[in-house]
Design a protein around this ligand. Structure first.
Ligand SMILES: NC(=O)C1=CN([C@@H]2O[C@H](COP(=O)(O)OP(=O)(O)OC[C@H]3O[C@@H](n4cnc5c(N)ncnc54)[C@H](O)[C@@H]3O)[C@@H](O)[C@H]2O)C=CC1
Ligand SMILES: O=C(CO)COP(=O)(O)O
Length: 371
């Protein structure tokens, strides 16, 4: 698909910042610019900041994509953040904590922080919104997250996509959704930050599993079994931490799971495939020049699961493949318990109380059940 030319929208007069000029930070900056904001990105490397500001391109991460004129970049974090009413964070999850003090010192008093990241912090096992809240002692009503089936390149190409903005404050979730509303990007809202954030983290782990079996050469039955049982693991885990089950059946759970497990654009899927092909973890990390968040999140997620007694057999096996203690050929969706006794399958995948985004699906489901 050919990338569309730059849009020229009416300016809303809103000034926003995007911290991180990788693939998602740059795509999101384009969304925000197309939606009418003046966007200043922070890029680590001055030469990349210059390319974004002058050539309106980020050839390292999104070659061939034209950015709106309203998007500029700077290597100076204070310059990027000061004056912004919304600050979107798109750096690798493990690096966020280290960046926050510098961000805080330049923040507008009433600025909201919006995490675009999909990882859990090693050592603390915290979600990114929790890292922000804890590190900066920030009011949760001024923290939001955005998640969903959002492969950066497809969105930069303006392929129609939906996402979820979530905050304890519905007002802030709506502000974020409106700031990112373009003809190709539609954002729903909810107040289930835990479910929305964990959906994005957990699907990365299932995508690693899918990549691994793909690399081994297993086909669609194996993958469908892992995706379906993976969704059960994701839901059990997130609900144990207070998530609403419908969130996991929506865009931030099932939606992102499908996109990430199906797409060769996914770095987690790609990393898994290389492991399945027989490369070891060090080789895979060296081979990838972008962030595959799932690799760092496996252990924190397993530690959290253990703390609440949640069973995650697929994620356990992914961890064993990463550690080199399980051969990729032996990764399976664990359809029985360890002693071989078949488990009952929970089949009510669709919840009774569906969120707005899955209401049509619920109607279809009820129709099918009544047939
Ligand atoms: N790429 C995608 O399709 C999507 C990514 N995300 C999430 O967005 C977050 C960022 O991902 P991407 O933009 O894809 O990653 P990326 O690997 O494309 O870019 C990361 C950016 O952060 C910078 N960076 C790397 N290490 C850093 C460090 N130690 N300190 C500060 N900056 C550092 C890099 O220079 C780069 O600009 C991740 O949590 C990812 O899960 C979420 C949705 C879609
Ligand atoms: O989160 C994503 C799509 O929603 C991107 O997935 P990867 O990080 O695996 O590329």
């Amino acid at each position: 698909m050919t990338p569309a030319g730059p849009r020229s929208r009416n300016s809303t007069g809103r000034r926003v910042a995007v911290v991180g000029a990788g693939s998602w930070g740059t795509s999101f900056a384009k969304i925000l610019g197309d939606a009418g904001s003046e966007v200043v990105m922070w890029a680590r490397r001055p030469e990349l900041a210059q390319e974004i500001s002058i050539a309106k391109r980020n050839s390292d991460y999104l070659p061939g994509i034209n950015l709106p004129l309203s998007v500029t970049a700077t290597p100076d974090l204070a310059e990027a953040v000061s004056g912004a009413s919304l600050v979107f964070l798109a750096v690798p999850s493990q690096s966020l904590r280290g960046q926050l003090p510098a961000i805080e010192s330049s923040l507008n008093g009433d600025a909201a922080l919006v995490s675009l990241m999909k990882g859990v912090e090693r050592g603390t096992n915290l979600r990114m919104s929790q890292v922000i809240e804890e590190t900066l002692d920030y009011d949760p009503d001024r923290i939001a997250v955005v998640s969903g089936p959002n492969l950066a390149l497809e969105i930069a190409q303006e392929q129609p996509t939906a996402a979820v903005a979530s905050s304890r404050s519905l007002e802030l979730a709506k502000t974020v959704a409106m700031a990112s509303a373009t003809p190709y990007f539609k954002t729903f809202v909810n107040v289930d930050v835990i479910g929305t954030e964990f959906g994005g983290v957990l699907k990365n782990l299932i995508a690693l599993a899918i990549g691994i079996v793909d690399g081994v050469g297993y086909g669609e039955n194996t993958k469908a079994s892992i995706i379906t049982r993976g969704l059960v693991e994701m839901t059990d885990f997130a609900v144990a931490f207070g998530a609403e089950p419908p969130t996991l059946q929506g865009l931030a759970g099932l939606g992102d799971l499908i996109a990430t497990c199906q797409s060769p654009l996914s770095r987690n899927n790609t990393a898994g495939r290389l492991l399945g092909q027989g490369y070891n973890l060090d080789d895979v990390v060296a081979q990838m020049n972008q962030t595959a968040e799932g690799i760092a999140s496996v252990r924190p997620v397993l530690a959290l699961a253990q703390s609440r007694g949640v069973s995650m057999p697929i994620v356990e096996q992914v961890n064993m493949v990463l550690e080199g203690t399980l051969s990729p050929q032996n990764l399976a969706p664990h359809l029985t318990t360890e002693d071989g006794v078949p488990q009952p399958e929970s089949s009510d995948i669709l919840p009774q109380e569906a969120p707005e985004e899955t209401r049509g699906l619920r109607r279809l489901w009820n129709t099918l059940k009544g047939m």
